[in-house]
Design a protein around this ligand. Structure first.
Ligand SMILES: [Zn+2]
Length: 227
């Protein structure tokens, strides 16, 4: 079997690889279907491993486990989207726990910091840097039109503000547009509540360096504030 590194993950292609589970798996549901999801990593990159619906019964893994994936599916729909790096466990994917560690990097080693310039498109990384500009602290998403809009959408709706910070992020090796994609992460970053999204003083996030877990898709999308 031809083994790849996680860094080689490409939308629309299958991947066979060995990875470590970096966080406790999260269970949720979408449109009545169960989903199990966890961050996985090796010494080259980090991605999500996801099992849907019937495949969730095959998920017997926990944080810290080393697992072997054969023919993991990377969704074709992720080619043009702003979707995060993901491997789906499909019906023909083989996935099993590996007992022999063989010197495979630990969770901490997989999560070690990288420079922005070292992170390719469709890859996660842990990066320490500065927010050098803030464009917005609130965004508006129209559920009827299914798109981000101004305070008033073209259709006449006034969507509730989302605590979604956008700006510029730089670490000395690269400078990229930034989006903090979760409201939890925006709250951690600012120490403010989502209801105050419109009133945030941008200076409070620009005065010190931050360590983010995020992925690159033209922008750097931050999922988690580490420090
Ligand atoms: Zn609308």
């Amino acid at each position: 079997m031809n083994k790849s590194k996680l860094r080689e993950l490409k939308p629309g292609r299958e991947i066979s690889t060995t990875v470590r589970i970096l966080k406790e798996p999260q269970h949720s549901s979408f449109k009545g279907k169960e989903i199990v999801k966890a961050k996985i990593g090796d010494d080259s990159s980090i991605a999500n491993l996801v099992a849907w619906d019937k495949q969730t019964c095959r998920w017997v893994f926990r944080m810290g486990d080393l697992i072997e994936i054969e023919r993991g599916e990377c969704p074709r729909s992720h080619k043009d989207a702003y979707s995060p790096p993901t491997i789906n466990i499909s019906a023909h994917t083989v996935v099993r726990k590996k007992e022999k560690q063989g010197g495979f990097p630990s969770i901490q080693e997989c999560m070690s910091k990288r420079f922005l310039a070292e992170i390719p498109d469709y890859s996660y990384g842990v990066v320490r840097g500065f927010i050098t500009q803030v464009y917005k602290t609130a965004s508006y998403y129209c559920v009827d039109c299914k798109k981000f809009t101004d305070e008033m959408c073209d259709c006449g709706n006034f969507p509730d503000p989302l605590f979604r910070i956008t700006g510029v992020f730089a670490d000395g090796t690269d400078t990229v547009p930034l989006t903090i994609i979760s409201e939890e992460a925006a709250e951690t970053l600012t120490g403010e509540k989502r209801g105050d999204a419109k009133k945030i003083d941008p200076k409070i996030v620009m005065d010190r360096p931050h360590t983010f877990l995020g992925y690159r898709r033209e922008r750097f999308y931050v999922e988690e504030v580490m420090e």
